[in-house]
Write a new protein. Structure first.
Length: 156
């Protein structure tokens, strides 16, 4: 299993995030990133929206990996949200999205950004892993899955 704890902290994992649409999702995640990492929330929202205009980051199976490059970051960082209700994401398979892994990178993190994106994508294409994410009972259990591949609770 691929440990993603270098990208994700326990405080950056959310279960039951309630948002009505993609725009609100980006705004809420950007606000959290602003508080936790000290980033400009409006800038984060703009970067995510700019990237999304190039093509949806919803890659199918109810999963999306929105990402962007943000000035002021020293390394690639991630946030994960399991949504309370799936939202339309214009995903490649037209299915609504309920699992979102946000990646933010420094502007000059070319190779590191691509490697992180590939690692997250590989993990979120694993149907058994995605099923565990959907069944995990708490943010701690979700984080444990990303950090070790094992759930801390048996709420599956």
């Amino acid at each position: 299993m691929d440990d993603l704890s270098d990208l994700l902290s326990p405080q950056a994992v959310f279960a039951g995030l309630a948002v009505p649409n993609k725009k609100a999702l980006f705004q809420q995640l950007a606000a959290i990133a602003g508080k936790q990492i000290g980033l400009d929330a409006k800038l984060v929202t703009e970067r995510l929206s700019e990237r999304e205009r190039l093509g949806s980051t919803g890659f199918g199976g109810g999963v999306a990996i929105p990402h962007g490059k943000i000035e002021g970051l020293e390394k690639v960082v991630g946030m994960f949200a399991r949504l309370a209700q799936p939202i339309d994401f214009n995903a490649i398979d037209d299915l609504p999205v309920d699992l979102v892994f946000l990646l933010l990178s420094p502007p000059d993190a070319g190779v590191d950004h691509l490697k992180a994106l590939a690692r997250v994508s590989r993990r979120l294409r694993d149907k058994a892993f995605v099923a565990k994410l959907r069944g995990a009972g708490s943010p701690d259990a979700l984080y444990a899955l990303f950090a070790t591949g094992e759930a801390r609770d048996a709420a599956a």
